[in-house]
Design a protein around this ligand. Sequence first.
Ligand code: ACM
Ligand code: ZN
Length: 559
Amino acid sequence: MTPIENIMKRISLLLLLAACCLASPALRAKDDLTVDVIPRPALVETGKGTFRAAGAYFNCDPRIEVRTQRAIRALADRITFVSGRTCSFASPVGLTPAAAESKRTKGFLFLKEEAMGDEAYTIDISPKACIVKAGGHSGFLYALQTLRQLMPVSIFGMQTDASEHFPMPCVKIADKPRFGYRGLLLDCSRHFYPVEDIKKTLDLMLLFKMNRFHWHLTDDQGWRVEIKKYPRLTQVGAFRTGTMVGKDFDSNDGVRYGGYYTQDQMREIVAYAEERGITVIPEIDLPGHMQGALAAYPQLGCTGGPYTVRTTWGVSEEVLCAGKEESYQFLEDVFTELMDIFPSEYFHIGGDECPKKEWSHCPSCQERIRQLGLKADGKHSAEVYLQNYVTARVQKFLAEHGRKIIGWDEIFEGDLAEGATVMSWRGVESGQQAAAAGYDVIMTPKWYCYLNYLQSEDPSTEPLGHGHFLPLDKAYSYEPFEGLDASAEGHILGVQANMWTEYIATQEHMEYMLLPRMVALAEVQWSPRDAKDYGRFYASLKRKGYEIFKQLGYNYRTY
Ligand code: ACM
Ligand code: ZN
């Protein structure tokens, strides 16, 4: 090689590394089916040979946060446990990036690169070393998920295997998410999921690099959050006298059903999620879907009740009275207690499916409409504008405390105040219109993202679910920018998978509905548009994904 060629080679290598650090989605990933990482990283360059993880040294930049180091050390301990070969962990004070790289450190090397931001990471595996770089806690956590998936699946299990050297393919990965908001909703009102189940679901979220847990906590069929100022919410509102059986709306199994999360338990979930890079966004659904609360405090309804916690699915006509000042005091009190528990900048205020029948008869609601000068205008009724008023009041109250609102796409009907984020669920149109109008949007169109829909066209072959067919490839096919004006793309914060639990009473059933479709949506959320390929995804799922679910003890459906 001439000196010029040598210099040229060095420059091109440097350019490649720079590209790795920037993780430019414009650079196409080289398709290598042996790298079965889901969601597909932004950039994958395969090399030759393997790196043996069993018994390798773990060297960790001391500037990396303690909680992150804990997660890194946990991987070292896991390899040690499964392989029987000790992976020592060290975080030496003198381990600057330059020192580490000049020594050509053997084994794992974790280096902090501030400039990379919070969620990006790079992995460079050669036969001698596995070098991981990230800027923050989430980036390292995501790198760890990728490393786990690059190892033999026994890393996820409880079996020890002394013959396992944990070979990993030599590969360069530069990765960062396509969207900042990568959500999963879990409805804990229709059915109640204990803290341990939620933790298991959060673990799954981290494995597939999802970062927002939208916790649907209140609805007509049960109020599930302890609010100290309103004890009847959980004494009364958290329990129903029975539940409809199957799809028979005239039935009732007569079994008292319910439960709620104490404030301590909610804090525990928030901390558990945070450790995994996940923000918990609580939802108090209002002003509809509130029959659970009305059963506890009937004076908050238009008629004064009495109300009972609903025993059938479907939408209640009984909603929060938007006329009485007491309703607003109640909401502010509830959010005041919740703001102390949930550090999330965003709070979800529901806003979906609020029938206006009671409001149209209610003297208080009608008086409020008169006072505000709200009028039907051919597009919307005065009651639709009354819902805008409720939304705006809650938005203003939360804004005074530094929080922002997300609401289901009905909040976009009529007049929506600036600064609200719209969650588009009835289809893609509301989300696209809201984005074009300058609102931030989270896309969760039900035909692609409602994982409570059935996984077969023949309901008799599947456990109970909402009667619409949503197979794996359909979930995977979702493209959030399709049909959207390019100028509005920046308003799409991300995508969410939803798990409504009317027909899903157990963790086992829920996992069956989540897996593997949630993983398909994780790739929609994370991977660059041009890296998506259903054939490659499906092959990875079959080779690796199902095995991972099995090793970790999750229930799942196969395709
Ligand atoms: C919804 O599915 N009602 C948001
Ligand atoms: Zn009213």
